[in-house]
Design a protein around this ligand. Structure first.
Ligand code: NDP
Ligand code: MG
Length: 388
């Protein structure tokens, strides 16, 4: 890489945000940080803003604005607070923006970042699941480049032969199977938050870790791939691969299958999007295939992981279903992490909300946000009346 890139990180205090900052700080003089954002972690945000000499730092939680001002007093770093300020930070026109807010809360900032027509490195799958075609249309309309960060989608992006897009016959997403791949089912239903977030291969934020344990994560990723690669549902498959060495595969009509391999370290896909279309060095370990010895594959167990079918059905149904699936899941996972419902209840809540709520297809961003809000309200009612 030669020119200095300006960079904004939405969700800078999270797992993906911190991995992004780690790479940036290892490449002095290559990147210049425009804006960093967080929800409520003032200490983490201020530390990251100082360390990266960011121009601007924004906290979503307005009650913590004064703390942020105090923490950055005398640094010359601009500060802001509130949802609109986060969207404004996304509009500052950085060459490269990392979308790493967790949940549909990231949707407005993502849409704001797309308006600039620059590059969006995209981790925030919930935004794409909820507003898929609206987001893809916005990217096209504004001439923005969407680069997938999610390890599976980044792998697919790397394996796609863009000179012969019609030659692709199938996309195969790999899934580790999470912490409960072989746990007895009754034990799995009683799993605690600590057990559910203990992913065997990846270190990630709490919400995506729980999604990996239910395999809702893979379901959301099917919908993500459907939109990112314009791939119909019947040409998207999932295979369990417990070692997480192959991050996904693309099959071609001649029978060739291309795979991307690497260690389970998010800094690799992040670096791919940071340097794209070039490559950059990372401090990540190299895989030693001889030491790994074998790679295993099995079909997903549909009884163990009903979330996968729920998500696939929502993808096929289209319309409002993916946004409802996502919102109900966010509400149920938050309740599980707060100790309010059991692990086994998460998918039940999502299924019941999908049964009860069938609005028209969202045609605008306000439509999506209204559906998201209503689905969360119904999820809370389901949890209070049925589960509790
Ligand atoms: P984390 O929970 O670790 O971090 C989330 C970030 O978003 C934090 O900076 C948090 O701020 C901020 N945030 C949370 N809620 C809001 C809100 N309402 N408004 C503004 N900011 C908010 O998540 P991850 O880094 O694990 O995941 C981020 C996204 O990337 C998710 O969509 C996930 O699915 C996706 N992803 C993550 C991977 C991983 O390895 N972690 C892999 C592939 C995809 P604060 O710290 O103040 O709460
Ligand atoms: Mg993934």
């Amino acid at each position: 890489m030669t020119a200095c890139k300006t960079v904004t990180i939405l969700g800078a205090t999270g797992s993906v945000g911190q991995s992004t900052l780690d790479l940036i700080q290892r490449s002095p003089g290559i990147f210049s940080v425009e804006a960093l954002t967080a929800r409520s972690d003032v200490e983490g945000l201020a530390k990251a803003a100082r360390a990266s000499s960011a121009k601007c730092a924004v906290i979503a939680d307005t009650a913590r604005f004064q703390d942020l001002k105090d923490a950055l007093a005398g640094t010359g770093i601009e500060v802001g607070a509130g949802e609109d300020a986060i969207a404004d930070a996304a509009r500052r026109g950085a060459d490269w923006t990392m979308a790493a807010i967790v949940g549909c809360a990231g949707l407005m900032p993502v849409m704001a970042a797309l308006e600039g027509g620059k590059t969006l490195a995209f981790a925030n799958k919930e935004a794409l699941v909820s507003a898929g075609s609206l987001m893809i249309d916005a990217a096209k309309r504004h001439g923005a480049t969407l680069l997938p960060v999610d390890s599976e989608h980044n792998a697919i992006f790397q394996c796609l032969d863009r000179s012969a897009p019609k030659g692709v016959s199938r996309i195969i997403l790999t899934a580790s199977g999470g912490p409960f791949r072989t746990t007895p089912l009754d034990e799995m239903a009683r799993a605690t938050p600590a057990q559910a977030v203990a992913h065997p291969n990846w270190s990630m934020g709490a919400k995506i870790s729980v999604d990996s344990a239910t395999m809702m994560n893979k379901g959301l990723e099917l919908i993500e791939a459907h939109h990112l690669f314009a791939m119909p549902a019947d040409r998207l498959d999932v295979v369990i691969h417990p070692q997480s060495v192959i991050h996904s595969m693309v099959e071609y009509i001649d029978g060739s299958v291309l795979a991307q391999l690497g260690p389970a370290d998010m800094r690799i896909p992040i670096a791919h999007t940071l340097a794209w279309p070039e490559r950059m060095d990372t401090p990540c370990e190299r895989i030693d295939l001889a030491a790994i010895g074998r790679l295993d594959f099995t079909a997903p167990d549909v009884l163990r992981f009903p979330a996968l079918k729920l998500a696939r059905d929502a993808m096929v149904a289209g319309g409002a279903a993916p946004a409802i699936l996502n919102a109900a899941n966010e509400a149920a996972v938050a309740a599980f992490l707060a100790g309010e419902i059991g692990f086994g209840n998460i998918v039940t809540v999502v299924a019941r909300v999908l049964d009860r709520y069938a609005p028209d297809e969202p045609l605008s961003l306000p439509d999506v946000l209204a559906i998201d809000k209503e689905a969360r309200r119904i999820a809370l009612a389901v949890m209070e009346s049925v589960i509790a």
